[in-house]
Ligand binder design. Sequence first.
Ligand code: HEC
Ligand code: HEC
Length: 160
Amino acid sequence: MKARVVVLALMLAGTAQAEDLHALWDGQCGGCHGHAGPFARESLEIRNDILVGKTSHQPVAEYLVTHNGGYGPDQIAALRSMLAAQVQAGPEFQIHCGGCHDTAAQVLRDWVRVQDGKLIGRQSGQELTLFLSRHGGADAESRARIIQSLTRVADELNHR
Ligand code: HEC
Ligand code: HEC
């Protein structure tokens, strides 16, 4: 019982401190590296479960300790897991949506609200699972992956 209370307290503390990761990226990294997704897929890879730079061959978590004068441990942990997810997310968003929409984060901020854990188009009021069957031209498998990564990004944005 006590353990559960502690876990809950930690979860709440985490939520309160959660930053908008994509704003962090745009403010601190995007000026030099562009969009996070393409940067992650081009420049980073996962080796033995560790996210490393393809050129530096260094773990990203170590690299960022000194890169540009260094980043804090919380920011590094958050950016590392965001970038690791992006390495694994695949290029579906870029291929099917990127021609018209800048980034997944932008789509969410401008067009989508989250209700009961579901992504809903602001204009249409439709769930994206339905909306995207008639918009963007991605097949069912790519749509599922796109919705999966939009859901992850919504979480990272702390998006409501
Ligand atoms: C002022 C420009 C600038 C900013 C801001 C910047 N970087 Fe970099 N970054 C570079 C350059 C240039 C390189 C290439 C290696 C070098 O010269 O240091 C690099 C390399 C990297 C690498 C290593 C890639 C590899 O192939 O090994 C990672 C990871 C990285 N940056 C992540 C970040 C993250 C995350 C942020 C934000 C927290 C950030 N960078 C902010 C310019 C920048
Ligand atoms: C050919 C350009 C184009 C492509 C490709 C495209 N979109 Fe859109 N999208 C738009 C435009 C323009 C709007 C806003 C106006 C409208 O509703 O027509 C929009 C609106 C949306 C909305 C708002 C829905 C609502 O109910 O408010 C969402 C969500 C969205 N797009 C997601 C995506 C995703 C995800 C993809 C990739 C699978 C994608 N779009 C591909 C042009 C595009």
